[in-house]
Design a protein around this ligand. Structure first.
Ligand SMILES: CC(C)(COP(=O)(O)OP(=O)(O)OC[C@H]1O[C@@H](n2cnc3c(N)ncnc32)[C@H](O)[C@@H]1OP(=O)(O)O)[C@@H](O)C(=O)NCCC(=O)NCCS
Length: 166
């Protein structure tokens, strides 16, 4: 499909709902549905900790906007060995999350978001970024296209790493 005219902008504190919605898309990446709201899915699946206290030092996100509407988000956050998401490598490698509204997929939005997030990470002097993706998620192709490399197998998922700068 041809690219949608979208822009990815840096998130502000007011964008937490868009990031929560994107997290819900990521949790339900197979599109099984059956959830009433992003918050309900995040809470009931035990993932509220992933965005708890959002806005602390090191948190960063970008929002995809189409005709003034948020249609996706990508973000990263630092974790520790004792508390982390699924793609943890070490304390200095933030983990990425990504989700796009189903109506706007395959139009370049995810690529725009990830490109903007990588640029933001470079601006902030982040040395590398990681993520976790289930092996059968087509998002693997997107990540490979953007320079992410397989780092480790964790159950049915891959941890992928993107090194930035020198
Ligand atoms: C993964 C996701 C963010 C991609 O967003 P998107 O806006 O569709 O991404 P793009 O349009 O930039 O696609 C880039 C490339 O990724 C690959 N890709 C993405 N989705 C794909 C799919 N469903 N089937 C096959 N390839 C796909 C393709 O190579 C695509 O390029 P192409 O359309 O030129 O073939 C989106 O599908 C999504 O939100 N999925 C559910 C949540 C999720 O899986 N998040 C990631 C968890 S690790």
């Amino acid at each position: 499909m041809s690219g949608t005219d979208n822009t990815a902008r840096t998130a502000t504190g007011a964008d937490l709902p868009a990031i929560q919605t994107a997290l819900a898309y990521a949790l339900d990446w197979r599109g099984e549905g059956g959830w009433d709201s992003p918050a309900a899915l995040i809470e009931s699946s035990g993932h509220a900790y992933l965005l708890a206290g959002w806005g602390k030092t090191g948190d960063a996100a970008v929002i995809a906007v189409v005709q003034d509407r948020a249609v996706g988000a990508a973000w990263y956050r630092y974790w520790s060995k004792s508390l982390h998401s699924y793609g943890y490598i070490d304390d200095s490698t933030p983990e990425i999350g990504l989700g796009v509204d189903p109506d706007y997929r395959r139009q370049g939005v995810g690529t725009s978001l990830m490109t903007a997030l990588l640029n933001l990470a470079v601006e902030h002097g982040v040395p590398s970024l990681s993520l976790s993706v289930e092996c059968d998620n087509p998002a693997v192709r997107l990540y490979r296209n953007l320079g992410f490399e397989h780092y480790a197998d964790v159950d049915d998922a891959w941890t992928m790493l993107r090194r930035l700068g020198s």
